[in-house]
Design a protein around this ligand. Structure first.
Ligand code: SAM
Length: 417
């Protein structure tokens, strides 16, 4: 019996490297055809492809043939006609877009008896570009729109859609991309064109030792803050069951990295933003550490301490808003448009939130314990000057630590009395 639906598979590059991308698309398509119609015939010009398809299909009833000596889709289509595989009802051709017209014309020319008025060809393109072609194309588009790190953005987006590590794109360079993948990539690249940060587009991001969800407008954790986590881990070395307070937790990045690295650590994460609180809770649940994190919705002000579950902490850590207001206007559009500016705005001198942190939260540190802060480089001078004017100050600036680019980025303050 002739199959009622014929599927011709023409692998554009004909290379094995195409398989990881191309094969699932074909298998999905064939499975859906098989669900509706048990009488599906299939031909592939590549024997390896044919075997792979046969092995991957959930139903083995598919009539699948290897087309010999088909180096071109026209031949492939012609061979489909001659072998009797093509019925007069349907031909589904999975191939590169540019070959489809040729295939359809070949069928009309060489097998007109199969192409009467009742004949409908479903010439579908499932592979239209290789990974390399798409990367070159999108990099150009992003550069044309003056998007920074154009190539990197394109790589991250395509790797994200294909669910492969970015480095593996080298191996997949010649593989074809399905129309679905291309559609999704177009959508995400358009977001990038409007300067949406890559992290929000991808939706999750690696920070220190954890992968966390990120979404607008919650502050995206920055690479330099990973160093703050390392400094915190150093401070906590040897402390049994430490309790840590993370002020301005954002996505929960710092708290969660600390929890991940010290098995008996408990953390209190506070933030004044509801979005941040919800995201921190979500991230803690996703990482399976919800029990070890108390999330507090509260605002740091000079008035009073927010209500917290513990009276004392082994360490307080914070990456507060510390950007000087005069510098806020020069931040990238990615930040200006998508991130909550209150996460960055430290007021006139960048110390608007830092000052109440020192004044009020110092009381939660027993003598000898530390407060670690991320700061603007100018704060290494401004902060000690201001501290000298505070009679009730019980903290001493013990260290100023540079980030990996050589800027004074962190301070360690110790409770001395
Ligand atoms: C620079 S972000 C740091 C977020 C996170 N800790 C990180 O490193 O990715 C500062 C965070 O502090 C929060 N914040 C700003 N002002 C605050 C205040 N007065 N009280 C509590 N949280 C505040 C913001 O909502 C934001 O999530």
């Amino acid at each position: 019996m002739l199959p009622s639906v014929a599927v011709l598979i023409y692998n554009t590059s004909g290379q094995l490297t195409s398989f990881p991308v191309f094969l699932p698309v074909i298998v999905k398509k064939l499975n859906s055809l098989l669900q509706n119609d048990s009488n599906v015939g299939c031909q592939s010009h590549s024997r390896v492809m044919k075997d792979e398809i046969q092995n991957s299909l959930s139903r083995k009833k598919l009539l699948i043939q290897h087309m010999k000596r088909c180096s071109h889709i026209k031949q492939c289509a012609f061979s489909g006609c001659n072998s009797g595989l093509l019925s007069k009802r349907n031909a589904v051709i999975l191939s590169n877009k540019k070959f489809l017209r040729g295939a359809k014309n070949a069928l009309l020319k060489h097998a007109p008896h199969r192409c009467k008025t009742d004949c409908s060809f479903q010439c579908r393109s499932y592979v239209t570009k290789t990974v390399n072609e798409a990367l070159v194309d999108w990099t150009e588009k992003l550069e044309g729109a003056a998007v920074p790190e154009a190539r990197l953005s394109a790589e991250y987006i395509i790797a994200h859609i294909l669910r492969v590590p970015r480095k593996e794109l080298n191996v997949l360079g010649g593989s074809g991309l399905s129309e679905d993948v291309l559609c999704e990539a177009e959508r995400l690249l358009t977001c990038r064109m409007t300067r949406m940060p890559l992290q929000y587009i991808i939706g999750d991001w690696d920070f220190h030792s954890v992968t966390i969800k990120v979404r607008p407008p919650v502050f995206i954790p920055r690479p330099e803050t990973e160093q703050l986590v390392d400094l915190a881990l150093e401070c906590l070395r040897g402390v049994q069951a430490p309790r840590v307070l993370d002020i301005g937790c954002g996505s929960g990045a710092i708290s969660l990295a600390l929890i991940k690295n010290i098995s008996d650590l408990k953390c209190v994460a506070m933030d004044h933003s509801r979005h941040a609180i919800e995201l921190t809770e979500e991230n803690a649940s996703l990482l399976g550490v919800r029990q070890r994190l108390t999330v507090v919705h509260g605002k740091v002000t000079m008035d009073r301490l927010p209500k917290l579950p513990y009276d004392e902490f082994d360490l307080i850590v914070s990456n507060p808003p510390y950007v000087l207001r005069k510098d806020l206007m020069s931040v990238q559009p990615e930040i200006m448009i998508y991130e909550d500016m209150r996460a960055l705005d430290g007021g006139k001198d960048g110390l608007e939130v830092i000052k109440p942190i020192l004044t009020l939260f110092q009381h939660l540190l027993p003598v000898g314990n530390s407060l670690l802060l991320e700061i603007d480089p100018c704060h290494q001078y401004l902060l000690p000057e201001w501290m000298k004017t505070q009679k009730s100050m019980k903290l001493k600036l013990s260290d100023v630590i540079e980030d990996y680019s050589g800027k004074a980025r962190f301070v360690k303050l110790v409770r001395i009395s």
